[in-house]
Write a protein that binds this ligand. Structure first.
Ligand code: AMP
Length: 407
């Protein structure tokens, strides 16, 4: 199958040629014709499956061939995403695909000045990629009107709900036109997402490109049991011994991120961080430094788990396991992208066994255990079974009571 056979126009085909995209991915093969035909979509697709092009390409085509020019402060395609990083990434993809088309596009997210975003909106936009909070701010200040919205895309809808955006989303939905095309993308489908789909979508085409709640194929996953206090030492040891190139490391807390970066820098290992406390320019700079290989290790909280598009990332390390099991799927989705082979290694201490069990239950697998010589834990990590349950330790037989003074 080719992109041309899906009915895409020449300017888009040329852009894809420049980018080196040869064949459509499964989500693209299904989504592109449906979106071109104006259908609603409910797609279970993880990051790394090519879903962005799956919606961006047909929407760019519709914007070019149909509809009326955009009025000032209006928007024709609205793409809602959960994080700033994903907003930047999706906007960049739209730009790359639309290189040969005369369309106006912009991105809006919080944590940076709102004025330049308002300026961009003045002339109207064919595509606006935004996070829900900032979009509402812009709407409240009359910088954006929704009456011309033809298509709404909810990208990583599950993550938007996880991050607590449901009130903002409801406010946006209430202000949107009643009749429009809606495309909903989500890596996982909880009851809340299904309810959202029920209210927003009309006769949607359902696309499921990978079974629900499974981890990306092509990613070798295993865990190393280790005592909590020795994780940093184990990590630097692995980095050197295994001669890892660039590594993306996930740590549970912002403080933990900074501590690990501090230890790595102290040992002469180049590292930078991405987390919610860091101002947006610093986060973008850290990502850029990682992408250009100026730093070897990027340490992040789950804020960064979604939306990071880094080519050929061979290693993802879970320094701490995620609190929400589904984040495991998103974290390791940063490697093994577009068919490449990757490795995801989790450093697991005894305290984290319940989190491990939840991940194994969700992904329906038992993570292979490999002890690292010299790092065998003093606090054993209990064995988990394939159902994701922690195997209970056999109860010790009760000791008969001694003494008692009856005699
Ligand atoms: P996404 O799932 O949208 O984040 O895309 C994952 C990665 O795959 C991005 O780096 C895209 O540029 C790349 N990609 C998307 N579609 C294709 C394709 N048909 N052929 C090659 N690479 C692709």
């Amino acid at each position: 199958m080719t992109f041309a056979s899906l009915g895409l126009i020449d300017p888009l085909l040329r852009a894809l040629d420049t980018l080196g995209y040869k064949t459509p991915t499964p989500v693209q093969a299904q989504a592109i014709p449906a979106v071109l035909a104006g259908r609603d979509l409910m797609a279970a697709a993880q990051t790394g499956t090519g879903k962005t092009a799956g919606f961006a390409l047909p929407l760019l085509q519709r914007l070019t061939l149909q509809g009326s020019p955009v009025a000032s402060n209006s928007v024709r395609v609205l793409v809602l995403v959960p994080t700033r990083e994903l907003a930047v990434q999706v906007h960049k993809s739209f730009h790359e695909y639309a290189g040969n088309l005369p369309l106006r596009m912009a991105v809006a997210f919080g944590g940076v000045s709102i004025n330049p975003q308002m300026m961009k909106l003045r002339k109207g936009l064919d595509v606006l990629v935004a996070t829900p909070g900032r979009l509402l701010d812009l709407h409240r200040q009359n910088a954006v009107r929704f009456n011309q919205v033809e298509t709404l895309v909810l990208d990583e809808a599950d993550r938007m709900l996880d991050l607590g955006f449901s009130r903002e989303l409801d406010a946006v939905f209430a202000a949107l036109p009643k009749r429009m095309q809606t495309l909903l993308f989500s890596a996982t489908f909880s009851d809340a997402i299904r309810a959202l789909a029920g209210t927003l979508l009309v006769d949607p085409l359902s696309i499921e490109v990978s079974p629900r709640n499974t981890t990306a194929k092509g990613v070798k996953q295993w865990m190393i049991p280790v005592d909590k206090k020795r994780k940093t030492e184990l990590f630097t040891n692995l980095l050197r011994k295994k001669r890892w190139g660039q590594v993306l490391v996930f740590v549970k807390t912002r403080k933990g991120v900074e501590q690990l970066v501090g230890s790595l820098l102290a040992q002469g290992i180049t590292a930078d961080s991405i987390h919610g406390d860091k101002p947006q320019p610093g986060r973008l700079r850290a990502l850029e430094r990682f992408k250009t290989a100026e730093v070897q290790v990027l340490v992040a909280t789950d804020v960064a788990a979604r939306g990071l598009d880094i080519d050929d990332l061979p290693q993802v390390v879970n320094f701490d396991l995620p609190i929400v099991a589904e984040d495991y799927i998103h974290r390791i989705g940063r490697t093994g992208r577009a068919g490449a082979v990757g490795e995801a290694i989790s450093l697991v201490c005894a305290d984290e066994v319940q989190l491990l069990a939840a991940i194994e239950a969700l992904t329906r697998q038992t993570l292979r255990r490999t002890e690292e010589p010299g790092f065998e834990p003093e606090h054993r990590v209990p064995v988990t079974d394939t159902g994701g349950q922690v195997l209970k330790k056999p109860k010790k037989p009760k000791k008969p009571k001694v003494g008692g003074g009856r005699f």
